[in-house]
Design a protein around this ligand. Structure first.
Ligand SMILES: *[C@@H]1O[C@H](CO)[C@@H](O)[C@H](O)[C@H]1NC(C)=O
Ligand SMILES: *[C@@H]1O[C@H](CO)[C@@H](O)[C@H](O)[C@H]1NC(C)=O
Ligand SMILES: *[C@@H]1O[C@H](CO)[C@@H](O)[C@H](O)[C@H]1NC(C)=O
Ligand SMILES: *[C@@H]1O[C@H](CO)[C@@H](O)[C@H](O)[C@H]1NC(C)=O
Ligand SMILES: *[C@@H]1O[C@H](CO)[C@@H](O)[C@H](O)[C@H]1NC(C)=O
Ligand SMILES: *[C@@H]1O[C@H](CO)[C@@H](O)[C@H](O)[C@H]1NC(C)=O
Ligand SMILES: *[C@@H]1O[C@H](CO)[C@@H](O)[C@H](O)[C@H]1NC(C)=O
Length: 594
């Protein structure tokens, strides 16, 4: 072999290799798949063949049996360039077909298509439909499947439309509209392309199923929850956060609620501390569409109080968000302690007030409006009545001491009162009846001294006292006094009880007196108490406070203790008629004339 021959061999080998590598390096495209009806025609150009009439095309069936496809137009199955034709499809046409394309620029492509054949009893089968039309639009647009509309376009066929295999007259476009679609418009819509080939008419069909969806109304994405910016929580306990959005009516499209923590969606946070559950609800019959996302924090930690929780929602048109921070729940212990303190203080204050009520009343009395007694022109502050007869020795002594010593000492000398006391202030020889009547009229109060046995004497109720003496001891004074106090309401009454009432209580008193006793309980003179006789003892304070005695008195003199201490100018003289002169601290009191 000479050098030339060797060179030629090398060139041949290289060129062969190059051709071989070209032949085996065809690019395979994705396989397409069609389910066809027996008896129809099928026209097909692979989706990635740009120029079906330019370039070199070879079609063959690769399975189940390999077979060359003819390019003769009279064959039942034939190809023309990149287009494959089937007429009167038979079940045996099912199989895998390949088209090898050598483009004008020399690239090689393998296009694959798988054909399945069904007989017409399967025409409503899901496999024979080209997808669903399913949306909430009011007017539904149904597109003829692309492979069928391409057929009609390329081969100048005519469209006819069927609904559930019943002709829809007047529909001859590649797209048909179902206006104001309703539930009864649901069904299988078939478009048939009728085309001519070699003077024969063939049909190619494709179907879609229309599924009715209720028309939707999309509102703004209104966040229903959370409504507050702050959520109270307890550290260590479980917490559920509710993110809830109102999307509209029948508005399930893109109606969504979810939680972000510091801007990161919870679903992207790899942590077993959180759990998110979402839910979409259409309420009936309102059709209100609400999406809810519940974020569960299994155990609230200190970090959670610094995090920003964001409820992020969307509906078909819009988005919205609301942020939430956690705050520790205020402890109720300080509140409870505060409450208990206030309660204690109130109880303490109430006890103080109760204990010192009288002192307080006396203290504040001068600041209160003055009683009408201050303006009247009466001479006496009190007219004292008591009962003297039918007493045992001890009672008599007690009464006597009270009347003659204690009352004048305290009320007249210390406090500056003017009293009219029977047996002391009446002048012998004066007209008894006139005197009583007169002195009563000149007195602001009736001071009744009740003694054990006061109730027993008929003299008390006696209308007509037997003698002036008995009258002093009860009868007439009582009558006149009660008359003034009860009927004319000119006098107020102070009841003072000396000693015990006995087992009968006050039941034996005349009804008028009982009435007075009911209105204000008698003050008990604490005979045995040592400090009772002192002007500032509790008894006298009660006496002042119980009646308006103190008020007239305080206007005349000053307040409380100061007032009484100064009032030493009375001297128990006679009928307590006013004297001229500034003995009292008031400085302006008239002393009774003798
Ligand atoms: C297909 O045609 C090729 C030539 O283009 C031939 O070699 C092959 O044998 C044929 N196959 C069948 C099954 O006829
Ligand atoms: C087509 O080829 C696939 C494998 O690519 C095979 O599973 C299928 O059965 C074939 N179809 C027919 C009708 O032979
Ligand atoms: C369609 O095929 C089924 C079996 O797959 C058969 O029972 C039926 O008779 C066939 N129908 C027609 C119209 O050929
Ligand atoms: C399509 O319709 C036109 C007019 O309506 C008619 O002339 C034509 O023959 C029809 N073509 C086929 C394939 O039926
Ligand atoms: C083809 O379609 C036309 C019009 O839709 C119809 O009248 C005819 O019966 C169909 N032919 C076959 C063989 O299905
Ligand atoms: C929601 O659907 C119902 C029918 O189920 C319809 O009556 C109602 O009008 C629809 N609501 C809106 C807002 O479109
Ligand atoms: C979440 O909030 C919405 C709106 O306030 C309410 O309807 C729903 O019941 C709440 N869900 C839970 C689990 O609390």
């Amino acid at each position: 072999m000479d050098a030339f021959q060797l060179l030629l061999l090398v060139v041949v080998v290289i060129s062969t290799c190059k051709w071989k590598s070209e032949a085996t390096s065809c690019v395979d495209s994705d396989k397409e798949k069609y389910n066809l009806l027996e008896g129809e025609a099928f026209y097909f150009i692979p989706y990635d063949v740009i120029e079906p009439n330019d370039g070199e095309f070879t079609w063959f069936k690769s399975s189940p049996q390999s077979r060359n496809i003819s390019s003769k137009e009279t064959e039942r199955v034939y190809y023309h360039g990149g287009a494959l034709f089937f007429f009167d499809i038979l079940p045996t046409d099912a199989g895998n077909y390949t088209c090898q394309e050598i483009s004008p620029t020399g690239e090689c492509y393998n296009h694959h298509v798988e054909i399945c054949v069904f007989n017409t009893s399967f025409r409503a089968d899901e496999k024979l439909t080209y997808g669903e039309v399913k949306n909430s639009d009011g007017n539904k647009e149904i597109e003829c499947p692309r492979v069928v509309s391409d057929t009609c376009e390329a081969l100048t066929g005519n469209f006819t439309w069927y609904k559930d295999f019943i002709l829809l007259p007047g529909e001859h476009e590649a797209i048909m509209w179902v206006e104001n679609a309703a539930k009864h418009d649901e069904g299988i819509y078939t478009c048939i392309c009728t085309w001519r080939h070699n003077h024969k008419v063939y049909n190619s069909s494709g179907s879609r199923r229309l599924i009715f969806q209720e028309t939707a109304f999309f509102s703004d994405a209104n966040i229903l929850s959370p409504t507050n910016k702050v959520q109270f929580a307890d550290e260590g306990s479980e917490l559920k956060l509710n993110c809830s959005v109102y999307c509209g009516k029948n508005a399930t499209r893109k109606c969504d609620a979810s939680w972000n923590i510091n801007g990161i969606p919870v679903i992207n946070i790899d942590s077993n501390r959180y759990n998110q559950a979402t839910n979409l609800v259409i309420e009936n019959p309102s059709k209100n569409t609400i999406a809810t996302s519940i974020l569960t924090i299994k155990k609230v930690s200190a970090k959670d109080f610094e995090d920003k929780f964001e409820c992020s929602v969307t509906n078909f048109y819009r988005g919205n968000r609301a942020t939430l921070t956690l705050q520790r729940r205020a402890s109720i212990i300080p509140l409870v302690i505060g409450g208990v303190c206030v309660l204690f203080f109130c109880v303490f204050a109430a006890m103080l007030v109760k204990f010192f009520a009288i002192d307080l009343a006396l203290f504040f009395r001068p600041y209160l409006p003055l009683s009408k007694h201050n303006e009247d022109k009466r001479i006496y502050d009190a007219y004292v009545v008591y009962q003297m007869q039918k007493k045992d020795k001890a009672t008599e002594e007690t009464l006597s001491r009270f009347i003659t010593k204690i009352l004048p000492t305290v009320l007249e000398n210390k406090c500056g009162y003017r009293l009219f006391i029977h047996g002391r202030d009446d002048i012998p020889g004066e007209d008894r009846l006139e005197l009583v009547e007169d002195c009563m009229k000149q007195s602001r109060r009736l001071m009744v001294i009740l003694t054990p046995g006061s109730e027993s004497g008929p003299e008390i109720t006696d209308q007509c006292p037997a003698s002036p003496q008995t009258a002093i001891l009860g009868g007439f004074d009582w009558q006149v006094g009660l008359h003034h106090a009860l009927i004319q309401r000119e006098m107020s009454v102070i009841l003072i009880q000396l000693g015990n009432t006995g087992p009968q209580g006050y039941t034996n008193f005349p009804p008028g007196l009982q009435h007075l006793i009911l209105k204000s309980a008698p003050l008990r003179w604490p005979e045995s108490s040592r400090g009772a006789a002192a002007w500032n003892s509790r008894f006298w304070k009660r006496l002042h406070s119980q009646d308006q005695l103190g008020s007239s008195y305080s206007s005349a003199v000053t307040v409380g203790s100061v007032r009484c201490q100064g009032g030493d100018g009375g001297g128990g003289a006679g009928c307590m008629r006013r004297l001229h002169g500034p003995e009292g601290p008031s400085g302006g009191w008239d002393r009774p004339h003798p």
